[in-house]
Ligand binder design. Structure first.
Ligand code: LR7
Ligand code: MN
Length: 580
């Protein structure tokens, strides 16, 4: 379009920042040739460092650095400028007593101004980046349950104080059936002084996922911006997020999440070069971009960072796109997993998740949820994750269950998944394998734990299948009947059948595989990974007695029998082990 600068770098489409002072576009580091359309005129950047001068009127302006807190009424007030606050002498008991109201230093939060100033922590260059004049408007959606009064208010004030008013369509505060009196009777009154703030009181506990959806349903802005209810938005935070969504409505833009310390309420910046990732069994984590990669690719502090998953709480998404994607799975309860679900959905169905370094928002990180879960906390989160795994992970759900082994055994009722699976089909989303290869290629995700022939220590012979009976033979890696896969769910597979003992007799045979059948599961401690020369038992844990796979002295047959830790006829090794 006339005013956007889509830059085509081979197949990737990205957007180059425009230098505002001399209005130039410069070819970046990894580009060889870049075609740009400016006001419908094609121009080409042929090499790194080459510049294109832009026309006078781009329909853009430098980010509005609005911050009404910059000359605070009371610069000496505790916590001003994001400084740490010291607990006054003699108040330690009160601090302790009030801590559990929010699982952070509630006493100090009440002490610091609701509109305190914080440092501008943006990397240099952010303040003069250009954004479009016609950015979409946004609805801010903040849901909360029993949030502390001063942090909730500080969150709202930080939005009002540091956002361009014309871009805020409304601020929706969704009260997820709080029990605290002040959130019922005082909040509406306090917020009535701000025409843009609306409070929605839910009639029953929805959990954060459905509470956000309740907000999204009534939102009237073009973009939805979700925030937690204990944040402080920093100067210039909003426009860079909306700019990304404006450039491409399938971009989901997240701010850099900075830290409001739970003990002294100080505002602390964080390392820019981090991606949001997950570790099995699907726990969110940050991963540093290695310095050599930063150097190699000349990644700048202001460069957008593409993330396999988002942290969850803070992001802007085009409203129409959010609904096209089918929002969140409304079957997710209370807390957890929804960030995985939305991230997989966005990437696999054609969108992108980005962290925008020029947008920064502080968040109080706490050790524990300060509110109650209607049902068991751990079970609730696990149930959510199982729903996500069952809909999005394809064959990789074995890794999920393999790392959270108990998840497979649970008699948890995860509810109906038909709708979610159909949605994925309808949207024509890509496979989880595609996601891993293209979005998260640095994850260690081998589908098998070990594979190839299975060698016996005493005999140096390998397990082979004659029809469906297991026997021993001279090893031959090329032989199909000697090749097995050892899966995350502890099955020893050949094709789609699994090795298991014949009841009572103990001979080995092939059975139809069943991920939940404990009687087919072999524990193998995989010391082969660390010491390739060592071998270990293959143990059936779930028979009346522990059973180990043993080669017969004759060197022909094998059986599952009483374990003997020293016996080399009971020690085995797979040809190849995978780390993951
Ligand atoms: O039942 C509930 N109803 C609610 O309205 C439970 C919670 N909530 C509200 C709650 O008041 C808060 O405003 O939902 C918001 C998030 O809950 P938190 O603050 O207890 O969550 P968190 O900050 O510990 O956890 C992160 O992961 C969650 C997983 O479901 C959500 O996605 C949170 O939004 C998310 N927070 C962030 O991404 C901030 C940075 C954390 C990191 C890394
Ligand atoms: Mn939070």
């Amino acid at each position: 379009s006339e005013t956007s600068f889509h830059v085509f770098i081979s197949k990737k489409i990205d957007v180059l920042p425009i230098n505002q002072t001399n209005r130039t576009l410069t070819g970046g580091s990894e580009l060889t040739r870049v075609n740009i359309a400016i006001k419908n005129q094609a121009k080409t950047l042929n090499q790194i460092g080459e510049e294109i001068h832009l026309p006078e009127d781009l329909g853009m302006h430098p980010v509005l650095n609005l911050d009404v807190t910059l000359s605070p009424r009371n610069p000496k007030a505790p916590g001003q400028f994001g400084n740490p606050v010291v607990v006054p002498f003699g108040k330690e008991k009160e601090v302790k007593r009030r801590w559990k109201e929010g699982n952070f230093n509630v006493y100090l939060s009440d002490l610091i101004p609701l509109d305190r100033a914080i440092d501008d922590t943006r990397p240099s260059g952010c303040a003069d980046q250009l954004v479009h004049n016609n950015l979409p408007t946004t609805s801010i959606i903040m849901c909360f349950v029993d949030e502390v009064w001063s942090t909730l208010l500080r969150s709202v004030h930080s939005v009002l104080n540091r956002s361009p008013p014309h871009l805020i369509k409304e601020i929706l505060l969704v009260d997820d059936f709080s029990t605290k009196g002040y959130l019922k009777d005082q909040l509406d009154k306090y917020m009535s002084q701000f025409p843009k703030v609306r409070v929605l009181h839910l009639k029953e506990r929805h959990g954060l996922i459905r509470a956000r959806l309740a907000g999204a349903e009534i939102a009237t802005g073009d973009v939805l911006t979700f925030l937690d209810s204990h944040v402080e938005c920093n100067v210039g935070w909003l426009e860079p997020l909306l700019e990304r969504v404006y450039l491409n409505k399938k971009k989901v833009a997240c701010p850099v999440i900075e830290i409001i310390n739970d003990k002294d309420l100080s505002y602390m910046t964080v390392d820019n070069f981090q991606r949001g990732i997950f570790v099995w069994p699907m726990n969110f984590s940050w991963k540093k971009i290695p310095p050599e990669i930063i150097k190699q690719n000349k990644i700048k502090e202001t460069d957008v960072i593409r993330c396999p998953v988002m942290a969850g709480g803070l992001f802007s998404i085009d409203k129409k796109y959010f609904f096209e994607l089918g929002t969140y799975d409304p079957g997710l309860e209370v807390w957890g997993g929804e960030n995985m679900e939305l991230s997989f959905k966005v990437w696999m169905c054609g969108g992108e998740i980005e962290i925008i370094p020029c947008s920064r928002v502080g968040h109080i990180f706490r050790k524990d949820n300060p509110y109650s879960f209607p049902e068991n906390r751990i079970k609730t989160i696990e149930r959510n994750l199982i729903r996500v795994a069952e809909v999005w992970l394809d064959e990789y759900k074995e890794l999920f269950y393999g790392h959270g082994y108990h998840l497979l055994d649970q008699s948890l009722n995860v509810g109906n998944l038909t709708q979610q699976r159909e949605l994925r089909k309808k949207l024509g989303c890509k496979s989880f394998k595609w996601y891993l290869e293209n979005v998260f290629p640095d994850i260690e995700a081998p589908i098998m734990r070990a594979s190839g022939v299975i060698i016996n220590e005493a005999l140096g012979k390998c397990i082979s299948l004659e029809n469906t009976t297991a026997v021993l033979e001279e090893c031959d890696g090329g032989s199909k009947s000697q090749n097995f896969n050892y899966t995350w769910l502890k099955l020893i597979k050949q094709g789609d059948r699994c090795l298991g003992p014949v009841p009572v007799v103990g001979d080995l045979s092939l059975y139809p595989c069943d991920n939940r059948n404990k009687r087919l599961k072999w524990l193998h401690k995989l010391i082969g990974v660390l010491h390739p020369e060592q071998m270990d038992h293959l143990i059936l844990e779930h028979w009346k007695q522990l059973r180990c796979l043993e080669a017969n002295l004759s060197g022909k047959t094998l059986k599952a029998t009483v374990c003997d830790s020293m016996n080399p006829y009971q020690k085995w090794k797979f040809e190849k082990y995978y780390v993951g």
